[in-house]
Design a protein around this ligand. Structure first.
Ligand code: SF4
Length: 361
């Protein structure tokens, strides 16, 4: 809500909202999609949807990197943990459901699963405990992939391998724009990812699909400006790619990080939870680095998992087709304490965000 912003920001927000209303009045309906858990948090936490005119809808796409990793890859991490490897992972990965259990369940059964703040912690632990085999469960979009790549290029200890599950955002955006029944009119592109990849990978959206696309930051004003810039493009009838987040995102992105990712990873087609196989959407280790590949090193490969548990609507929440409150399990059978679907686990998951905010009201 505007009142929860500082006075100067609130004044500016009111002015931006006025402009949004003016441009929106020239449109029938406008559906804008963002693909970032932090954007969803800002929008929900500050009640930005309530400031928008009724014909402008902002939906959340697949912006939670933990939610979109398929159950089969969690099953592999769980198998490794149950086979006696030490699995190091981020905290928000622990409770995400695999096909039959989570890493937290495996830990309760005696597996050694450790929460780390970053891949560097896993490297330090593996160096300290040379008698144990460690696996780092590498989950995240282009934002976190460089930190995995940097440890691999530095030659990690021999008793550490990587279950690489990093995924790329622009190919998922392509899937959304091609879903005709989603009827999108614009994209707010993610600020964090764009600090790494720059703005060029989004060119395809205005140029091929005629989709206004704006890279935006995470303050409430950033998001409102992003929406305003998209509406302005729509009313001018000139879709283009713009960067609202110039204080952090350079046109070319972080070239060093891009080179590093290119050196270590190849891009392959792979499955996303709720979205199916997306072409050229996933990082896997290149052949030269396969000695660090946990799947090959420990002979673990799960072809298929149960991505969506009975009754769960994560596959629809992930693409913004329904709101979390439209899932019959929301805050009934599915809660942050006892999540049924992946979207209820991570702080970037749409259902989890909506839960937190509804609890504050
Ligand atoms: Fe899935 Fe739970 Fe969200 Fe329903 S409320 S879509 S079960 S995560």
């Amino acid at each position: 809500m505007v009142e929860s912003l500082r006075f100067r920001d609130a004044t500016l927000a009111k002015r931006v909202v006025e402009k949004i209303r003016r441009f929106a009045s020239k449109q029938e309906t406008v559906k804008i999609c963002h693909v970032c858990g932090t954007h969803e948090w800002t929008i929900t936490h500050f009640g930005l949807r309530s400031l928008l005119p009724s014909n402008v809808e902002v939906i959340a796409g697949p912006g939670c990197p933990v939610c979109i990793v398929p159950a089969s890859e969690f099953d592999e991490a769980i198998q490794l943990a149950l086979k006696g490897k030490v699995v190091a992972c981020f905290g928000d990965v622990l409770r995400v459901p695999g096909s039959k259990m989570s890493l937290l369940d495996a830990k309760a059964e005696g597996a050694d699963v450790r929460v780390v703040y970053g891949v560097g912690d896993a490297v330090k632990m593996a160096r300290r405990e040379k008698d144990k085999e460690f696996v780092f469960f590498a989950v995240g979009f282009e934002t976190t992939a460089p930190s995995t790549a940097v440890e691999i290029v530095k030659k990690p200890p021999e008793n550490l391998s990587f279950l690489v599950c990093h995924r790329l955002i622009p190919p998922a955006m392509k899937v959304l724009v091609e879903m005709k029944d989603l009827s999108l009119n614009g994209f707010v592109a993610p600020g964090h990812v764009s600090t790494i990849i720059g703005v060029k990978p989004y060119r395809v959206f205005p140029e091929v699909y005629g989709m206004p696309t704006v890279v935006a930051g995470f303050e409430p004003l950033d998001v409102l400006f992003g929406v305003y810039m998209i509406l302005k493009q729509l009313s001018e009838g000139k879709p283009r790619l713009e960067n609202e987040y110039v204080r952090a995102v350079r046109q070319e992105g972080n070239v060093k990080a891009q080179e590093l990712m290119k050196k270590i990873f190849e891009v392959v087609d792979d499955n996303w939870r709720g979205l199916g196989v997306i072409p050229s959407s996933t990082f896997k280790l290149r052949k030269e680095y396969e000695t660090f590949d946990a799947q090959l090193k420990h002979g673990v490969k799960v072809e298929e998992g149960v991505d969506i548990q009975p009754g769960c609507k994560c596959h629809l929440v992930i693409i913004g087709k329904i709101k979390p409150t439209e899932c019959p399990l929301f805050m009934k059978a599915c809660t942050p304490q006892k999540p049924v679907g992946a979207c209820m686990v991570s702080n970037e998951g749409t259902c989890r965000i909506w839960t937190k905010v509804s609890q504050q009201i």
